[in-house]
Unconditional design. Structure first.
Lengths: 133, 120
């Protein structure tokens, strides 16, 4: 059985989808990722789909599910590296990818997630200050 | 599904279809074949290379002997689904191809024919 590896990098989880997903593999990824977020307490999930040539409504739903479930577990999801042809197709298909953030590439996606964490850290630091006074 | 998509891609490359149109066609075909698997328990897809007046294209015919669609007009609306999906399959697929024809008889099955021109 194929499995898509989930890597932990600092506060984030990273997944690079290198194959065209069949349905079972996509469903397994969804379950594994949500498990991993819960287990590691990750604050962000980065999914690289630069090697994925087809995103249909099923795959789109899985991506939306991952983002939604992770959000409930306090982690943000960023999808990176979407091929231009896939973006054109998704819009014409009418798939909104609601609640899913996107970035051009892994680097920009990381920056986006790091900014979010920073904001959270600063807020927490601020809260600590106020309790001291 | 993956095998079928790869096969379709070979045909699309053979007639020199551009990447965007390839992606649109394969995505549409993916939606329709998923419908067949989910609602009709499978079916047959015929892939044909067709010669138009100005350009070549691919025509796919999806035939199943499933329950059929009682109200095609309703099924072609965005967001309509009898299953748990997003209800984008049929209307979305139609938007992605050059020509879309659907025939369905309740109790007998459904035939959907889509055509995608090389440059259109």
């Amino acid at each position: 059985m194929d499995k898509i590896p989930i890597l932990k990098i600092g506060h984030f989880l990273m997944v690079a989808i290198q194959v065209d997903l069949y349905d079972r593999l996509a469903l397994n990824l969804e379950a594994d990722l949500v498990q991993a977020v819960s287990k590691t307490g990750a604050k962000g999930v980065l999914i690289d789909i630069s090697s994925v040539s087809i995103v249909d409504s099923f795959m789109g739903r899985i991506l939306g599910n991952i983002a939604g479930m992770s959000k409930v577990l306090d982690a943000d999801t960023v999808i990176v590296g979407m091929q231009p042809a896939v973006a054109i197709t998704l819009v014409e298909l009418g798939l909104p990818l609601r609640g899913v953030q996107t970035a051009l590439n892994v680097e920009k996606g990381m920056e986006l997630l790091q900014k979010k964490i920073k904001i959270i850290d600063e807020e927490e630091a601020f809260d600590d200050d106020s309790t001291l006074q | 599904m993956v095998v079928f998509r790869n096969r379709l891609k070979e045909f699309a490359i053979k007639i020199g279809m551009g990447l965007v149109n390839q992606t649109k066609l394969i995505t549409a075909a993916s939606e329709l074949s998923r419908n067949m698997l989910r609602y009709a328990g499978g079916g047959v897809v015929l892939i044909e290379i067709i010669n138009g007046q100005r350009q070549n294209g691919l025509r796919l015919t999806f035939t199943d002997t499933g329950p059929g669609i009682p109200d095609i007009k309703e099924a072609m609306k965005d967001g309509y689904s009898t299953g748990k999906s997003l209800g984008l399959g049929l209307p979305g697929a139609k938007r992605l191809v050059s020509d879309f024809e659907i025939q369905s008889t309740v109790g007998k099955g459904t035939t959907i024919t889509i055509t995608k021109w090389k440059n259109g």
